[in-house]
Design a protein around this ligand. Structure first.
Ligand SMILES: [Mg+2]
Length: 233
């Protein structure tokens, strides 16, 4: 492999945690909806299960975040839907400072990589401006590609192709760093990128998957192995 010219990063649980921001934003929207005459779908526990299921399906790519919120609004029988979608998007984006916590060492790591002249971009399954604000909160300034804008979700190879286009590098010169073995590592491997599994949560790598190029538990390790790994290939 040639020198590492660029690194793509996953965002959620790689650069930052968001402490279930979207779930809380939907619960806050529920509060508004019920106050404005909407119908409940059951107990609070039922409402939470419903929200978790909607967000799970949205993250899996079944529908967009706007569609998830529209479904939520339709279930609670309030109108006009657009107003509630806008409110959700606005509230969620403004909850970032309160909810999002960067992982330890993210800012110095990004500075150091920038200092080495390596290009960076974020590729995330999610929507803007939420993901851009989260990235900014984590200290990342640069391109933030989100699935709702590019129209495909990781692990789809086309998402990683879009990342390479944004970085202006080839797969063999580019690394991808992420916490999810299926979405991040397997997806990036499929188009020939080197992969770094950020395993700060100390998980076991799924036996059925091809292992990542590197496994790290903190960003100090990434900086430590970056030049060495590049030389080794
Ligand atoms: Mg992630």
């Amino acid at each position: 492999m040639a020198a590492v010219r660029a690194i793509g990063f996953d965002l959620d649980h790689t650069l930052a945690i968001d402490n279930r921001l979207e779930r809380v934003a939907l619960l806050r929207l529920l509060e508004v909806i019920l106050r404005e005459g909407g119908e409940s779908v059951g107990t609070l526990a039922d409402e939470i299960d419903n929200i978790d299921e909607l967000l799970k399906r949205q993250r899996r790519g079944d529908f967009s975040i706007d569609d998830a919120v529209r479904r939520f609004i339709a279930e609670h029988r309030v109108q006009p839907a657009d107003r509630y979608v806008e409110r959700f998007r606005f509230d969620a984006a403004h909850m970032v400072d309160e909810f999002v916590v960067p992982l330890p060492g993210v800012a110095p790591m990004l500075d150091a990589i920038r200092g080495r002249g390596i290009a960076m971009a974020v590729l995330s399954n999610g929507w803007n401006p939420l993901q851009s604000r989260k990235a900014e909160r984590a200290g990342f300034s640069g391109t933030v590609l989100v699935s709702s804008d590019i129209g495909v979700q990781k692990p789809d190879s086309r998402a990683f192709t879009r990342l390479l286009e944004a970085l202006g590098t080839r797969a063999e010169d580019t690394w991808y760093v992420g916490d999810n073995p299926y979405g991040d590592i397997a997806g990036a491997q499929r188009i020939g990128m080197e992969t770094v599994w950020m395993n700060w949560e100390r998980q076991t790598y799924p036996a059925e998957l091809e292992p990542p190029t590197l496994t790290i538990r903190g960003f100090g390790e990434l900086l430590g192995v970056l030049p060495e790994a590049a030389r080794a290939r």
